[in-house]
Design a binder for this molecule. Structure first.
Ligand SMILES: Nc1nc2c(ncn2[C@@H]2O[C@H](COP(=O)(O)OP(=O)(O)OP(=O)(O)O)[C@@H](O)[C@H]2O)c(=O)[nH]1
Ligand SMILES: [Zn+2]
Length: 292
């Protein structure tokens, strides 16, 4: 056996994966059968077999996993080891704040860094106030970036935020994710073409699989339609509490250890809502997301 090397999965198609080595070169590899479930950005060990073919021999433990839930309710792994997830919203289509809370709760649980990108700010009338939920997110410690691709606003701030680690952009349809990705990766089509060719076998590679793209500003972006439209699945009550930073830090002070933070006496969360320390809107989001 030849020397074992470190790498990470750029994308997969069928039973094959493209693996990027430490020098940034990309190699087509097969995976051993028990390792079939490698996903984009998995850290792997690989080697060349006697015929010179790349073979992935090991998938290293993941720091986190982005999962998609399909319409039938099946969980599908999309990408691993993410540093941050950027939730894109815009003045139009009007933000679904409850969906933003759902995204942030899923991101906290992964765990990964959550960033909010308020896109298409050129649509805002001059001097209009910041939507109040954005102030809440800022107060909770989330970075809120304002951007507009046509006006080239906030793009440097966004690039700086993406410049280390591996990120994904998510958000509801029409908020401008495609335009942002095009601005961040102007040569996306060329890169997709090159990867497809590497896929061999008649370019069976499709862009529907999550793919890792190094960014010129440093860092990397994982993109695919399935990643952009990622909607988090339902969460248990305990998981949900962990997903709301302001609930998580108070839940330990409730009178009952198994407090659901909805009706119980001596609930530190309800007290904090009453005292104005937790936003009633966020608290409502938590209640609405509770499993029935
Ligand atoms: N005014 C303005 N319009 C924008 C901006 N970015 C994108 N748009 C427009 O918003 C619409 C949606 O943009 P897309 O980039 O396709 O949005 P998306 O989030 O990828 O949407 P889906 O493809 O439906 O998921 C298009 O008509 C864009 O031209 C922006 O910064 N300002
Ligand atoms: Zn409680």
């Amino acid at each position: 056996m030849t020397q074992s090397m470190a790498g990470r999965v750029v994308t997969r198609f069928g039973s094959q994966v493209l693996v990027e080595d430490d020098q940034g070169a990309v190699h087509r590899c097969t995976t051993r059968r028990r390792l079939e479930h490698g996903v984009c950005n998995d850290r792997v060990q690989w080697h060349r077999d006697a015929q010179g073919h790349g073979v992935v021999t090991d998938i290293l433990p993941r720091t986190n996993l982005l999962e998609r839930v399909d319409p039938r309710g099946n969980h599908k792994s999309v990408a691993a080891n993410l540093s941050q997830v950027v939730v894109v919203i815009a003045p139009a289509p009007e933000p679904n704040w409850s969906l933003v809370d759902r995204y942030l709760a899923a991101i906290e649980r992964m765990p990964a860094r959550g960033v909010i990108l308020f896109n298409k700010v050129d649509l805002l009338p001059m001097g209009s106030p910041l939507p109040s939920p954005l102030t809440e997110y800022r107060d909770l410690g989330y970075d809120v970036i304002h951007a507009s691709v046509p006006n080239d606003r906030g793009m440097d701030t966004l690039r700086a935020a993406l410049s280390s680690g591996v990120s994904v952009l998510v958000g509801q349809s029409g908020v401008g994710k495609s335009s942002l990705v095009k601005a961040l990766l102007p040569d996306l089509e060329i890169r997709i073409g090159a990867l497809s060719e590497m896929g061999g076998e008649g370019g069976r590679h499709t862009t529907t699989n999550a793919t890792l793209y190094p960014l010129e500003c440093g860092g990397a972006l994982i993109d695919s339609p399935g990643v952009r439209d990622f909607t988090p699945g339902p969460a248990s009550r305990e998981a949900l509490v962990q997903g709301f930073v302001e609930l998580r830090e108070r839940a330990g002070e409730c009178r009952f250890q198994d407090c659901s933070h909805t009706v119980e006496p001596g609930c530190a969360v309800i007290e904090a809502v009453k005292a104005g320390h937790i936003s009633p809107r966020r608290y409502e989001s938590y209640r609405n997301l509770l499993p029935g």
